[in-house]
Design a protein around this ligand. Structure first.
Ligand code: PLP
Length: 362
C-alpha cells in the first residue's frame, strides 16, 4: 500500500477560491489593471528560440540584485514567494522542529511548515491586529527553527516595527527569520538595509502584487550569502521559466508605471477608508493594497455580503475563517475607476442586506 509521509497527511487543505472569478477581481490582492506595457511588448517579441532552451536565471538575478542594491550571491529568484517559503522550510526544518507564525496571516506558511514535519506554533495578534512582538518572543525555544512574518501582514494590512523584528531575529539566532515584504511597494518600509544586523534574516519580495505579474510566478529571496548558497542547492536551477525571465528586466525598468499604480492605490485606500467610516463599518488601517473590514458580526453575514457583491460584479474575499476575523471581508484596492465600481456595489449590497451602519467592532 502506498502511504503518504505522516507530515503530508497532516497538511491542512487549502483551496483558494480561484474558480469562476468573473467580475472585477478585488479578492486576491493582485494588480487590478495588469503589468507595464513594456512587459507586454517583450512578450510579443518572444520567439521559438527563447522557449526552446533551458532558462538561465543568473543574468536576470544580477539585474534584480542591482535594482535592490544587494549582491547577487545574497539573492535567489523564486517561483513566487511561495517557493521561497517552501525552500526555507526545506532548508531549515527537521521533523519535530518548531516553526512560529502570527495568526491571522498568509496561509502558505503553515502549509509548507507542516509539510516539512514541523510543529507550527501560532501566536495570536494583539488588539486591532497589532504585531504581537512580546508574545512571539516568549514562544521562542531552542527548538524554534523558522519564524515567518508577513510585513505588512495579510489579511490585516498591519505593519510590524522594524526594531521589533530585529529584536526577534536576535532572540532566535538558531532560527531562520522570514520577513515577507510581498506588499512592500504599497508601504515603503523595508528591513532590507538592516538585514545584515542579524545573519538569520531573510527577506522576500514579489512581482505578483504591484508589478501585476502573479501569473508569471516570480519572487525574490534575499539573505546572508552563506545561507543562500545552501538554499540554492535545494532549488531547481530552472525554477523561473524563460518567459518570466525575459519579462523581468522590462518590468523593473518601468518604475514610473509602478509609482503611478501605487499612487492610485493609496488614493483608493483613503477613499474606501472614508466610505467605510461613513457607513460605520469597522476596518483596520492598512499599509498594503487591501483593507480588512468587519462587514457583519457572523461568518454567514460575511458570506452573504461576498455573494451579493459577486452578483454586482465585484469579487472580494471572505476572511471570516481566519483567527479573529469573524464577519470580516478583505477588499483589494486598484485605481480610482475600480474603486468607484467597488463603492457602487458596496452601496447596493449594504442596503440590500441592511448591514450598515452600526456594526460594532468586537
Ligand atoms: C504575505 C504574502 N506573501 C506571499 C504571497 C504570495 O506571493 P507569490 O505570488 O509571490 O507567491 C502572498 C499572496 O497573497 C502574500 O499575501
Amino acid at each position: 500500500m502506498l502511504r503518504l509521509r505522516q507530515a503530508v497527511s497532516n497538511i491542512p487543505t487549502y483551496h483558494p477560491p480561484l474558480a469562476g472569478r468573473e467580475g472585477l477581481r478585488l479578492d486576491f490582492n493582485e494588480n487590478t489593471v495588469g503589468c507595464s506595457p513594456k512587459v507586454l511588448a517583450r512578450l510579443r517579441n518572444l520567439g521559438p528560440e527563447d522557449l526552446a532552451r533551458y532558462p538561465e536565471r543568473e543574468p536576470i538575478e544580477s539585474t534584480v540584485a542591482a535594482f535592490l542594491g544587494v549582491s547577487r550571491d545574497e539573492l535567489l529568484l523564486t517561483n513566487g514567494v511561495d517557493e521561497a517559503i517552501h525552500l526555507l522550510c526545506q532548508a531549515y526544518l527537521n521533523q519535530g522542529d518548531e516553526a512560529l507564525i502570527v495568526v491571522p496571516t498568509y496561509s502558505m506558511y503553515r502549509i509548507y511548515m507542516t509539510a516539512a514535519g514541523a510543529e507550527v506554533i501560532s501566536v495570536p495578534v494583539e488588539k486591532d491586529f497589532q504585531f504581537p512582538a512580546n508574545d512571539l518572543r516568549a514562544k521562542i525555544t531552542s527548538r524554534t527553527r523558522l519564524i515567518a512574518i508577513a510585513n505588512p501582514n495579510n489579511p490585516t494590512g498591519t505593519l510590524a516595527p522594524a526594531d521589533d523584528l530585529l529584536t526577534i531575529a536576535r532572540s532566535a539566532p538558531q532560527a531562520a527569520i522570514l520577513i515577507d515584504e510581498a506588499y512592500y511597494e504599497f508601504c515603503g518600509q523595508t528591513l532590507l538595509p538592516r538585514r545584515r544586523d542579524s545573519p538569520n534574516i531573510f527577506i522576500t519580495r514579489t512581482f505578483s502584487k504591484a508589478y501585476g505579474l502573479a501569473g508569471l510566478r516570480v519572487g525574490v529571496l534575499i539573505g546572508d550569502r552563506n545561507q543562500m548558497s545552501a538554499i540554492r542547492r535545494v532549488s531547481s536551477p530552472y525554477n523561473i521559466n524563460a518567459v518570466a525571465l525575459a519579462c523581468l528586466p522590462e518590468a523593473l525598468s518601468d518604475q514610473s508605471y509602478i509609482e503611478s499604480y501605487v499612487r492610485e492605490v493609496l488614493q483608493s485606500r483613503e477613499t474606501l477608508e472614508s466610505a467605510l467610516k461613513d457607513y460605520g463599518i469597522p476596518f483596520w488601517p492598512s499599509r498594503a493594497n487591501f483593507i480588512l473590514a468587519r462587514i457583519g458580526t457572523t461568518a454567514s453575514e460575511a458570506k452573504a455580503f461576498v455573494e451579493s457583491m459577486r452578483r454586482e460584479g465585484i469579487l472580494v474575499r471572505d476572511r471570516s475563517a481566519d483567527h479573529g476575523c469573524e464577519g470580516c471581508v478583505r477588499f483589494t484596492l486598484g485605481p480610482r475607476k475600480h474603486t468607484n465600481r467597488l463603492l457602487t456595489a458596496l452601496a447596493t449590497t449594504l442596503e440590500e442586506l441592511s448591514l450598515a451602519p452600526g456594526v460594532s467592532r468586537s
